[in-house]
Ligand binder design. Structure first.
Ligand SMILES: Cc1cc2nc3c(=O)[nH]c(=O)nc-3n(C[C@H](O)[C@H](O)[C@H](O)COP(=O)(O)OP(=O)(O)OC[C@H]3O[C@@H](n4cnc5c(N)ncnc54)[C@H](O)[C@@H]3O)c2cc1C
Length: 453
């Protein structure tokens, strides 16, 4: 590959360079790909140069934001990786209540900057996840019920297109592109910066409540009924887990299989005890770690559980209804969770996210109540097969009770039919936008929308 023709201010890393081994790695330790070139892009000009190079050379191109993608779409074998991680600028405009974040920011970068102004925009639940991939796929987290998906607070993006041109997309400028990037993933170009609306979220009342497995059936029903009638201010995702073997969890619970909810309440803190009274009383929980905390503390609460390099296998579904029959299957499989990093989560995506029309953005499943994820994680390759089998069996048992498609940010590479099922009626329009902006499928290392021209 004629790398000499590629002039990247942030630097190029080749296989023979020191640092290549580290630079080629993504968050999922199961992904072991060897790109020919890694372009560490420092600005939009670098991105334009790299996209032009890939297109002209006919090189496979992968784009990396935070590198957290399960199937490893932030890298490739033999091609060029655009690594956006140097592009971490964040600028808060407190008067307009907006934040502009560079294409390589993590949620930790953004939360840190906005918290100083007592504001936040909805991100994911682990602070090291990239703003880029998470947002372009939709963005589910603690603020989803209150503020919507990450894309529902997105106001504007700067994009380098497949032909190397640079455009801004918003509801007024290139609205077709703006519609498509809100859920359509990295299919349409490289986003060099994102502008989000900020919300007045500073201190939240949050944390987990855990129940023993003999209360799991009741706990799941209690959770289902409570969240259905709860104000948008209250969110909580349900989980089957093994208690992590370290503080703040008491030693006698370490590695015990349990179920629980990680709550986040964004209403007035002086109302929190009243809101949590039925939750504290139900069971009561074996463990409650609830209290007021800065929003970034909640956002980074579980970072230590998921360092880079762990082996990860993902399955997911959207869920409309948590029937008693489905709950029985959750008990059977969830109770078998193999280790303290593997888990099943049910993220509520109703509330503000559910009030957006299913055709208003590319993200189609606005009528679903939950995004479920079955997550097999291990540090030991010897036990990973067992974790993968647990995920597959669990998912296969529950899939018949799902809405059909899945949150594409939480699956592996499951093929074209799964992508189409997840976009449902929005898929043909995504193909139209793809035909217009990337007819040669330069951006294809992703949950791909295939052009038809
Ligand atoms: C530990 C962990 C926790 C997670 N928690 C959540 C969560 O709470 N909520 C949630 O919604 N998801 C969550 N996810 C899933 C996450 O949304 C996806 O893994 C997502 O792909 C990560 O984005 P990234 O930028 O880090 O990944 P990358 O691997 O860098 O990129 C993912 C995809 O997005 C594209 N992309 C990334 N940045 C850009 C950009 N600037 N322009 C164009 N294309 C780009 C890439 O080309 C690739 O196709 C989590 C993942 C992990 C590993």
């Amino acid at each position: 590959m004629a790398a000499a023709a590629l002039d990247i201010r942030g630097g190029i890393i080749r296989p023979e360079d020191e640092g290549y081994e580290e630079a080629r790695r993504v968050h999922n330790g199961m992904i072991d790909r060897r790109p020919a070139l890694i372009a560490r892009c420092g600005d939009a000009a670098d991105v334009i140069a790299a996209v032009n190079f890939a297109r002209e050379e006919g090189t496979l191109l992968a784009v990396r934001g935070g590198g957290h993608n399960g199937p490893g779409f932030g890298t490739c074998d033999g091609g060029l990786v655009i690594d956006l991680s140097p592009m971490k600028g964040v600028r808060v405009d407190p008067r307009a209540a907006t934040v502009r974040a560079g294409g390589g920011c993590t949620w930790g970068d953004v939360d840190h900057a906005t918290h100083a102004f007592g504001m936040a925009t909805p991100g994911g639940i682990i602070s090291t996840t990239g703003v880029g991939g998470l947002t372009l796929g939709g963005g589910v987290g603690h603020l989803t019920r209150k503020c919507g998906l990450s894309i529902d607070s997105l106001l504007e993006v700067d994009v380098v297109l497949a032909d190397g041109s640079f455009v801004t997309a918003s509801k007024d400028a290139n609205p077709d592109l703006f519609w498509a990037v809100r859920g359509g993933g990295g299919n349409f170009g490289v986003v060099t910066s994102f502008v989000f609306r900020l919300h007045p979220v500073g201190t939240v009342f949050a944390g987990p409540t855990l129940w023993d497995l003999d209360r799991a059936e009741d706990a799941m029903r209690f959770y289902r009924d409570l969240i259905a009638g709860a104000d948008d201010d209250l969110s909580g995702f349900f989980a089957f887990l093994r208690v992590p073997p370290g503080p703040p969890f008491p030693e006698h619970l370490h590695l015990r299989p349990m179920c629980g909810v990680v709550w986040c309440y964004t209403g007035p803190v002086d109302r929190a005890e009243e809101v949590f009274r039925p939750i504290r009383a139900f069971g009561p929980p074996t463990l409650q770690l609830l209290g007021p905390m800065p929003y970034p503390a909640l956002q980074s609460m579980f970072d230590g559980l998921y360092p880079a390099g762990l082996l990860q296998y993902w399955r997911a579904d959207f869920v409309n209804e948590l029937s008693d029959e489905a709950i029985a299957l959750h008990l059977r499989h969830g109770g078998q969770v193999p280790n303290f990093q593997s888990t099943m989560h049910l993220y509520p995506i109703d509330g503000a996210a559910g009030r957006v029309g299913k055709n208003d953005t590319a993200f189609s499943y606005r009528d679903a109540r939950w995004a479920s994820v079955f997550y097999g994680v291990d540090s030991d390759p010897a036990s990973m097969d067992g974790d993968v089998a647990w995920v597959k069996d669990y998912w296969e048992a529950l899939h018949p009770f799902s809405a059909g498609g899945a949150y594409l940010n939480m699956i592996m590479d499951e093929g074209q039919e799964r992508v189409m099922a997840s976009y449902r009626g929005n898929y043909p329009r995504l193909v139209e936008v793809k035909n217009r902006y990337d007819p040669r499928n330069v951006f294809r290392v992703n949950q791909n929308v295939r052009p038809t021209v």
